[in-house]
Design a binder for this molecule. Structure first.
Ligand code: AHR
Length: 517
């Protein structure tokens, strides 16, 4: 035996004996059955006047040296187009309940400034307003989701804003819009009636909010003639496990609403005062954070059960219109701007949450990760003209094949991670069939050390070819930077084979895989 071959065999034996064993996961994919349709709005995004989400992120202004399309940051616009964003929430967040929309329309030099009291006391010049937001949505084929101000605004302001955006009548607000250069009404379907009314949106009790929802909702009129364009009104829902809020608001206003929201942020240490770093954490912290994010499943199931009391037909959607990981800000940045890096851990978190929403697609009709650019679990980070796509961006892009597809039920048997005291299933899975009949299976291996082998029985699916993509990294802290923007990116995946009605997959540690059958 040549010495080089002997050495190679020796090395192989050492690696094989020390490599962690793959764990066994069994899936039965019921291709003959159909679950609910996965509403594409589950892949929604959120944009707030906060830090550099709007200014310096989405909007740089027409006179900026940064390449732009009518004032929109060109690199951001291009990245959003490739992401297939179905829905975008705006203008907040907490900002929404301080926002007076008339300050943000008309000639830029006539727009008054305002003090952004929630996010660092910066002075907002209102250069990005209703026209700028809705024109961008229209350009990118995104459904706008407008949060109206019921905290510090009036019913009249809300009524007029809806008229400004959606009426084609010869009426005062529609004419104001025309005077501002826009003839036709925009297509606006989704309206949130206030944000976090229990907190920054007015410190209301659930009874007070529910009655206010009914009052504002009365004046949120349908101007569009087509029934299909009727407004979809989302009531302000609970945070985390505040089931009483959902109960009271559903009891008082359930019949008037189309959706109710839920907010839940993943805090690595379950502690608002000590959230933890976005990129400097150890295995114990990784595991604790994964366990924390999985609480979303309980919250969705329990709020949904409360809604069933008042809405057993599931007419009202649960809209998770703020979610994601919230860490400490990057060192040296403004603490009020919520600028955080984004790691492979966050990619795993994004995929797990999307799987949870898909598993509850009968009730979850919308979700909006916070936030789209430069804030919290962002898709895109910018530094002047430089742009980084985060691992979370790649997960949203890879899993977008599920948007609008019909979910396929599956049975999953997977061991819990042995390294964790808390229960963390090793593999998470979700499947759908799209309009063209193609089946998509997404898989996540949460194990930071070991590969996971998956054996999947394909009931009623004849898979002759399996194509796939994978997002993985050597460590959970891996992330993309302005200096190294391609460190974590999807690649072709060849670790799956189909034969005799069974799909066999080996998922590397810390991986998200999407297979097309
Ligand atoms: O997304 C950041 C903030 O978190 C939002 O403004 C608010 O609604 C929530 O508390």
């Amino acid at each position: 035996m040549p010495p080089t071959l002997a050495r190679a065999l020796f090395l192989f034996a050492v690696v094989a004996s020390t490599a962690p064993a793959a764990t066994e996961t069994q899936i039965t994919l019921h291709g003959t059955q159909s679950g609910p349709v996965i509403n594409r709005n589950i892949y929604g995004q959120f944009s707030e006047h906060l830090g550099h989400c709007i200014y310096g992120g989405i909007w740089v202004g027409k006179d900026s040296p940064i390449p732009n399309v009518q004032g929109y940051n060109k690199a951001v616009i291009d990245a959003l187009r490739n992401l297939h964003v179905p829905l975008l929430r705006w203008p907040g967040g907490c900002f929404a309940d301080e926002y007076h929309w008339k300050d943000g329309v008309g000639p830029l030099d006539k727009r008054p400034s305002m003090y952004n009291s929630n996010w660092g006391g910066v002075v907002e010049d209102n250069h990005f307003g209703t026209n700028e937001f809705l024109n961008m949505c229209e350009m990118l084929g995104i459904e706008p989701y407008i949060c109206v101000n019921i905290g510090s605004g009036t019913v009249r302001e809300t009524q007029e804003w809806i008229e400004y955006m959606t009426s084609d009548a010869d009426s005062p607000m529609a004419n104001l819009r025309r005077a501002n250069g826009r003839d036709k009404a925009w297509k606006v379907h989704y309206i949130a009636v206030g944000n976090e009314a229990w907190g920054c949106g007015g410190s209301m009790t659930p009874e007070f909010y529910a009655n206010n929802f009914r009052r504002y909702n009365t004046y949120i009129k349908n101007y569009a003639p087509a029934k299909a364009d009727a407004l979809y009104r989302v009531a302000c829902g609970a945070s985390g496990d505040e089931y009483d809020w959902t109960d009271t608001v559903m009891k008082i206003a359930g019949k008037q609403m189309d959706g109710i929201s839920l907010h839940y942020y993943t805090l690595p240490n379950r502690d608002w005062k000590n959230k933890g770093s976005a990129t400097d954490f150890n295995k114990g912290n990784y595991l604790a954070t994964i366990s924390t994010t999985l609480d979303m499943d309980t919250f969705v199931a329990k709020h949904s059960a409360v809604m069933d009391k008042y809405d057993p037909e599931k007419r009202v959607g649960l809209c998770v219109d703020e979610w994601g990981i919230w860490t400490d800000v990057e060192p040296g940045t403004n603490p009020a701007f919520l600028f955080q890096q984004n790691s492979q851990r966050d990619a795993i978190i994004a995929a797990l949450n999307l799987h949870i929403f898909q598993a509850h697609a009968d009730r979850v009709r919308m979700a909006n990760i916070a936030q789209v650019v430069n804030v919290l679990q962002a898709m895109i980070l910018t530094d002047k003209d430089k742009v980084v796509l985060t691992p979370t961006y790649h997960v949203f892009e890879m899993l977008s094949v599920h948007q609008g597809a019909t979910s396929l039920p599956l049975d999953l048997k997977t061991p819990d991670l042995s390294q964790s005291k808390e229960k963390i299933p090793t593999v998470s899975a979700s499947a759908s069939r799209d309009a063209a009949g193609k089946v998509h299976l997404s898989l996540v291996n949460t194990d930071p050390d070991s590969p996971a082998t998956v054996s999947c029985v394909l009931e009623g699916i004849s898979a002759t070819r399996v194509a796939g993509r994978i997002l993985t990294a050597p460590t959970f802290t891996a992330h993309n930077t302005f200096e190294s923007p391609h460190a974590v990116e999807p690649k072709a995946f060849n670790g799956a084979t189909a034969s005799g009605g069974t799909l066999s997959v080996v998922l590397p540690p810390l991986s998200v895989v999407v297979l097309d059958l």
